[in-house]
Design a protein around this ligand. Structure first.
Ligand SMILES: Cc1cc2nc3c(=O)[nH]c(=O)nc-3n(C[C@H](O)[C@H](O)[C@H](O)COP(=O)(O)OP(=O)(O)OC[C@H]3O[C@@H](n4cnc5c(N)ncnc54)[C@H](O)[C@@H]3O)c2cc1C
Length: 434
C-alpha cells in the first residue's frame, strides 16, 4: 500500500515547490535511520545530526518531507487543550503533566525559530474555546477552574464581545486563553527541512514496507532497496500502527479541512475587519476555525476512522460540503464558492489521549501519538527521543516520562466499533457546532 496524498492543501501550496529531492535507489547501511519526516522525524534528525556530526544518518519518508499531517494541520501551537481526543480534562494532576509538556513544546519551537530565524507567521494572539450553545458555559466554567488552579491567564466572553472580535455572531460563549500561538505550519516545517544538518541524508517518496530486527541490526525493506541500521527511530505518527509499532496502544484517525481564498476588501469589511484569531470547539467533534493573517478562513470539522493511506477525491468532496456549510453558518454574507482548497490528514490517537515516547527494543525508539498537539509536542519529542537514543537524560525527558502512558486498546473488531460509536455520539453532541 502506498501513501497517496491529495495535493490540495493551501499551506503546502503557499510554499515554493522543492527541487533536487532524492529517493532510495540502492541498498544502504547507516548508524541511524529515522522513518518519517514530519515535525517529529525532522526534529529528531536535526538533534542527531548535531550530536553525531561524523555518523551516517538517514531520514526517510514515504512522501515529500513535511507534507503529511505536519503541513496539513490547523497551525495551533497549543498551551492548553479542552478536548484532547475523547476525554475532557477533569483530573488536575494529569492535566498539569500534559500542560508541562505543551509548555516545553512551545519552548522547543520558539528556540528553533529563533536559532534559524524562521518566519512562520508566528502570532502569540492566544485562542478561544467557543460554542454556540449557552449551556456550554458550564463546561467552560469547569475548565476555567482548572486553568486558574494551574495559573493560566484566561477569561470568559459572551456573544457581543465575541462577535466584535471574530466577525461572526455564531458563538454565544467562549473562554480565551492567552498562551496559545497561531502559525503557518507549512512555513515552519519547510524551515525544518531546509535547516537539516549536512550529515543528514534525506530520502523522500520512499515508503518503508517491512522491517525486522536481525541480531542487533534493523533491516528495512523499501520498494527500491534495503537499509540496514544500527539504531532506528520511528516517527510515523498516524502510521505507527500500520508498521506494527505499539499497535495495541494507538490508532489512526483521518481529519479533513478546507481553506478559503483571501477575503476581498469588501468581504473583509462585511465581517467587521477582525484581526487574526483561532477558535477551538468546546465539544470534541465541533469545528476548529481560524482567520489567518492574510484573511483566509480555515475550517476543520470532520474526524473519522478511514483507511489512512488515501482519501479519494469523491469522499473529500463530500467532506468539503460539510466545511462549506460550516463557513456559511458562521459567515452567511460570504459567497458560496469561496473555498480554495480541501485536504485530508492523519493523526494518531491513544485510548486515554496519552503520547508515545519510548524505547521499544534495544536500539529501537518511537515518538508520536499527539492528537491535535503535534506541532509543539512533536518538535519536543523528536529532539528528546534523539537525546534518549544517544543515552542522554535531560530535564525534558524527566518531565515527559511523568506523563500518563497510553492504555491498552481492545482487540478488533471491538476497537473500530468502539471508536465509530464514540465518534458518532460526539458528532451528535456537537452537531450545532460542526
Ligand atoms: C487537519 C489536521 C489539523 C490538525 N491541527 C493541529 C493543530 O492545530 N495543532 C497541532 O499541534 N497539531 C495539529 N494536528 C496534528 C499534527 O499535524 C500532528 O500531530 C503532527 O503532524 C505530528 O507530526 P509527526 O511528525 O509525528 O507526524 P506526521 O506529520 O504525520 O509525519 C509522519 C511522516 O511519516 C511518514 N510515513 C508514514 N508511514 C511511512 C512509511 N511506511 N515509510 C516512510 N515514511 C512513512 C509520512 O509520510 C509522514 O510524512 C492536526 C492534524 C490534522 C490532520
Amino acid at each position: 500500500m502506498q501513501i497517496v496524498n491529495d495535493n490540495g492543501c493551501s499551506w503546502i501550496n503557499d510554499l515554493d515547490p522543492r527541487s533536487n529531492t532524492k529517493t532510495l535507489k540502492k541498498n544502504e547501511e547507516c548508524e541511524w535511520l529515522i522513518i518519517g519526516a514530519g515535525f517529529t522525524g525532522l526534529s529528531a534528525a536535526r538533534k542527531l545530526g548535531q550530536l553525531n556530526p561524523t555518523q551516517k544518518i538517514i531520514l526517510i519518508d514515504a512522501q515529500l518531507a513535511g507534507e503529511g499531517a505536519s503541513s496539513r494541520n490547523s497551525g495551533y501551537l497549543v498551551d492548553t487543550t479542552l478536548n484532547d481526543g475523547f476525554t475532557s480534562n477533569k483530573d488536575l494532576e494529569n492535566y498539569k503533566k500534559k500542560t508541562d509538556i505543551y509548555n516545553l513544546g512551545i519552548k522547543a519551537v520558539k528556540k528553533f525559530i529563533k536559532e534559524y530565524q524562521v518566519d512562520c507567521d508566528w502570532n502569540d494572539c492566544g485562542k478561544f474555546f467557543a460554542s454556540s450553545k449557552k449551556e456550554d458555559k458550564k463546561i467552560l466554567k469547569n475548565f476555567s477552574y482548572i486553568l486558574s488552579r494551574l495559573g493560566f491567564d484566561h477569561y470568559l466572553l459572551e456573544n457581543k464581545e465575541l462577535s466584535k472580535i471574530l466577525g461572526t455572531s455564531f458563538y454565544n460563549i467562549a473562554l480565551f486563553t492567552n498562551g496559545g500561538v497561531l502559525l503557518h505550519p507549512g512555513k515552519l516545517v519547510r524551515a525544518m527541512v531546509n535547516s537539516l544538518p549536512n550529515n543528514i541524508q534525506l530520502l523522500e517518496n520512499s515508503e518503508l514496507i517491512k522491517w525486522s530486527k536481525i541480531n542487533d541490526t534493523i533491516s528495512c525493506d523499501f520498494k527500491n532497496g534495503n537499509i540496514k541500521a544500527k539504531k532506528i527511530i520511528f516517527a510515523t505518527n498516524g502510521f505507527l500502527k500500520s508498521l506494527g509499532i505499539k499497535s495495541n496502544y494507538n490508532f489512526p484517525i483521518t481529519l479533513t479541512a478546507s481553506m478559503t481564498r483571501p477575503l476581498s476588501d469588501q468581504e473583509f469589511k462585511s465581517i467587521g475587519e477582525p484581526k487574526e484569531w483561532g477558535v477551538l470547539p468546546v465539544r470534541p467533534m465541533g469545528a476548529t476555525i481560524r482567520m489567518t493573517k492574510d484573511r483566509r478562513i480555515l475550517i476543520r470539522n470532520t474526524a473519522e476512522v478511514y483507511e489512512p493511506y488515501h482519501m479519494s477525491q469523491s469522499v473529500l468532496n463530500k467532506r468539503k460540503v460539510k466545511q462549506k456549510i460550516g463557513i456559511k453558518k458562521r459567515f452567511p454574507q460570504l459567497p458560496e464558492d469561496i473555498i480554495q482548497s480541501s485536504w485530508s490528514g492523519v493523526v494518531c490517537r491513544s485510548r486515554n489521549s496519552s503520547q508515545i515516547f519510548e524505547k521499544i527494543d534495544k536500539n529501537i525508539f518511537v515518538a508520536g501519538c499527539y492528537n491535535g498537539s503535534g506541532i509543539g509536542v512533536g518538535t519536543l519529542f523528536g529532539e528528546q527521543i534523539a537525546l534518549m537514543a544517544s543515552n542522554e537524560i535531560t530535564e525534558e525527558i524527566k518531565i515527559i516520562e511523568k506523563r500518563q502512558k497510553p492504555n491498552l486498546l481492545p482487540p478488533q473488531p471491538f476497537l473500530n466499533f468502539g471508536i465509530k460509536t464514540r465518534l458518532f455520539y460526539e458528532r451528535l453532541r456537537a452537531s450545532s457546532d460542526i
